[in-house]
Write a protein that binds this ligand. Sequence first.
Ligand code: SAH
Ligand code: SF4
Ligand code: F3S
Length: 469
Amino acid sequence: MTIATEKPKTMPTQTANMTKNKKLYIKTWGCQMNVYDSNRMVDILSSLGYKPSDTPEDADMMILNTCHIREKATDKVFSELGRLKPHKEAKEAKGEKMLIAVAGCVAQAEGDFILERAPYVDLVFGPQTYHELPEMVLKANGDDRVVNTEFPEVSKFDFLPEEHTIEGASAYLSIQEGCDKFCTFCVVPYTRGAEYSRTAQEVVDEAKRLVDQGALEIILLGQNVNAYHGTGPDGKTWGLADLCYAINEIDGLERIRYSTSHPRDMDDALIEAHALPKMMPFLHLPVQSGSDRILKAMNRKHKADLYRDIIAKLRKARPDIAFSSDFIIGFPGETEEDFEQTLQLAKDVGYASCYSFKYSARPGTPAANLQAALVSDQIASERLSRFQAVINESQAAFNKSCEGLVMPILFDRKGKKPGQLSGRSPYFQSVYVEGNERLIGSIQNVKITNGFDNSLTGQLELLDGVVNG
Ligand code: SAH
Ligand code: SF4
Ligand code: F3S
């Protein structure tokens, strides 16, 4: 069945079948927005007595928060569902109920098909419907199967309860959703819907609450975060730069980042905002290709040189800045020459890190119809490994160049080895040091001793002969 799409007037906080301490297991794929959404689902479901659990065994509800960006992501969801099924059967054999839900972008894209292919799934709901979770869960507990892939007229942000779930001292904050860019390879405009910006006041208030809960770093999120254009408290439209200035004023906050941005929306005000003291000297700015021909076929709406100019301007505004990016290798029609231009762009920028993906045709996207010019899988794989060799070298060189520097590191978890802490540098590198667990949730100066291919190691700085902290 499809549930009614009328919006609740207020957020229901309790339901008749509420019992204390039900176990909720959430597994999350995809981008940081999905991580943010999962945390918000935990917040909402806590009002129904659900408490998060790290293991699926004996859970009362399982949510797979899914990603549809590349082909294998969908396959992974179905194989995970297959793994979860026996847990549900074991629970049902004891006469108890376990709800299995599929949320996120695969849910949005596949809808009813998920229930057909995995009949033991109870709920399927898209990314814009999370505020309706209490009613959906009530229905599913009452033996209805629920599919909800509407794009509601009102924003879920108007109905979500205040957030409680922050992990460590670095917190995500969604400020913008959806995308109107329609790059020809991408499912996001279809799975997340049209661009929507929260008001500046809502964002600043949420940022303050996160800082009150111990956040030292805030990562502003959006599929197209620098297209942000929310109403400001002064009634004017605020851009991302205005928001960064306002958030920079919050006492107790140390670091600001934002992700993911589009080169077309890097206006001069935002470039200048990178000089703000709390803005981290690191930007993820996806470019996808270095060939103008391919950028055009991708509908990226800019040329490679515009990207180079933006990088140069950012370096001028913030001389210590470093970059990461996303690239798609083997887009339909990509020739060896196009690919070499991509390699050249990557070499010119000298990325501190990078994500690169083999092109994956997504149903319903314009590029999926470009059958004639398909790049063979073998050539795409071969180009991808040549590309990754260049990127790996550039990343290793960047990490090596950090040796001997003293960097402020935000410690957010225990390291893999006993007595070890793990944290993030201003450049988002993983940094490992020996140190006391009570430093987790703080920023400490660390002298970098080794720059490895994928991480750094270092030593806590000595203050008056005593290890800091
Ligand atoms: N909004 C961001 C990207 C979001 S998707 C931007 O505009 O850049 C994250 C990354 O997944 C993209 O940057 C792209 O590199 C990759 N991606 C998206 N669709 C893809 C596809 N069909 N095949 C391969 N990679 C893809
Ligand atoms: Fe996808 Fe392009 Fe929108 Fe990024 S800007 S989310 S790649 S359509
Ligand atoms: Fe994936 Fe949806 Fe994010 S497709 S990358 S989870 S917006």
